[in-house]
Design a protein around this ligand. Structure first.
Ligand code: SF4
Length: 367
């Protein structure tokens, strides 16, 4: 059983992070933030996929000024990602950002940081102290070396130094991230950080890669950390449309039995008994279940002989035969359907099941 590390709780908008709050899944847009229509459209797509917090890049004034209109059109907390320019951090908060991600040491000195902290206090905006391998200060690199699996100390010291800048100003409404692109360094760094502080942690692997590489790296690193109870919110970084980050994020939580959202798809790997175009069928069903909210188990199996038995824990499933397929429920045949109509009939059954269970919550949380 996973025993979650005890952390302080902060809130961004109406989403709690840390404490007893569910581990939240977040993502980041890749649109030009000053293009309000495109950014809102992408966030709305992410919301539909379950994204609970969204971060947008704020590289200039236009982007900062667009935040108000974006926030008004979405229903999840909006986080501004700022690099170096303290004025943008302040402008972002003035224009509605409900969280900011900065590296306090890079904002141009103590006085400028003080202004950012004052604005965050005034607007009630939590700050994510985000450091990564590339941003560790020179003196820490000289003292501890470049962060590695064996010695990630420079990352932790850098994060805690930046946290110290905020604490000195009596600001504690914060979470921390320390990102590396290496899986083992990420794990050892977060373990040490978790032993050092009780602030909530945003975990992730930076520059993880494309769909397959990025998913594997993130799942290994975050899976191990979450299993050890470390991590209060996370983003799966992928060089892919952000909606895929959210899907992977929820699959990760589901696989650890931490949270479930929407149906779980079970599909067989196919073999010489496969009696249908299973890849095509699985792809269509996978797309369809993204629109569903009930926590059902849905199976897509290649043959009628073994499919229902192999997937008997599924609430509903489909299995292909020669010319005729079957729909089964909990391992028992429910309907035989001509192959030409199998997809249509199965999707209609799924829709009906979703309708029947609509009263159930989209989320199940077990920790
Ligand atoms: Fe092969 Fe049938 Fe099992 Fe799929 S369900 S792997 S087709 S035996």
């Amino acid at each position: 059983m996973i025993v979650r590390r005890k952390t302080r709780r902060i809130t961004l908008g109406d989403v709690g992070i840390g404490g007893d709050s569910p581990i939240s899944v977040q993502s980041m847009t890749n649109t030009d933030t000053s293009d309000v229509a495109a950014t809102v459209a992408q966030i709305q797509e992410l919301q539909k996929a379950g994204c609970e917090l969204i971060r947008v890049a704020v590289p200039d004034k236009n982007a900062a000024h667009a935040l108000r209109a974006i926030r008004d059109a979405i229903s999840i907390p909006l986080i501004a990602d700022i690099h170096f320019d303290y004025r943008l951090a302040i402008a972002a908060m003035e224009h509605g950002a409900q969280g900011i991600r900065v590296n306090p040491g890079n904002l141009g000195g103590s006085e400028k940081l003080g202004q950012v902290v004052d604005a965050a206090t005034m607007h009630g905006v939590p700050i994510r102290v985000g450091v990564n391998s590339g941003s560790v200060e020179k003196d820490l690199l000289e003292k501890y070396g470049y962060p590695t699996t064996e010695s990630p100390r420079s990352l932790i010291e850098s994060a805690m130094r930046n946290v110290g800048y905020l604490e000195k100003r009596n600001f504690h409404d914060l979470k921390i991230s320390i990102k590396a692109s290496d899986v083992l360094t990420t794990i050892s760094a977060y373990r040490q950080l978790a032993d050092t502080t009780d602030y909530p942690l945003h975990i992730g692997v930076t520059e993880a890669g494309g769909l397959i590489g990025g998913t594997v790296k993130s799942s290994v690193a975050l899976g191990i950390l979450l299993f050890e109870g470390i991590g209060d919110t996370f983003r799966i970084s992928l060089t892919r449309p952000p909606v895929e980050e959210v899907r992977v994020g929820f699959e990760l939580l589901r696989s650890l039995k931490i949270r479930e959202r929407g149906p779980e798809l079970i599909s067989c790997p196919t073999c010489g008994r496969t009696g249908i175009d299973l890849f095509g069928l699985a792809e269509k069903v996978e797309e369809f279940v993204q629109t569903m909210k009930s926590p059902l188990k849905v199976a897509v199996m290649g043959c009628v002989v073994n499919g229902p038995g192999e997937a008997k824990e599924a609430d509903i499933g489909v299995a292909g035969g020669k010319g005729t397929g079957i729909i089964f429920k909990k391992g028992k045949i429910f309907k035989k359907v001509d192959e030409s109509e199998l997809m249509e009939v199965f999707l209609a059954e799924l829709q009906q099941m979703e309708f029947d269970r609509r009263g159930e919550s989209a989320f199940r949380t077990s920790s």
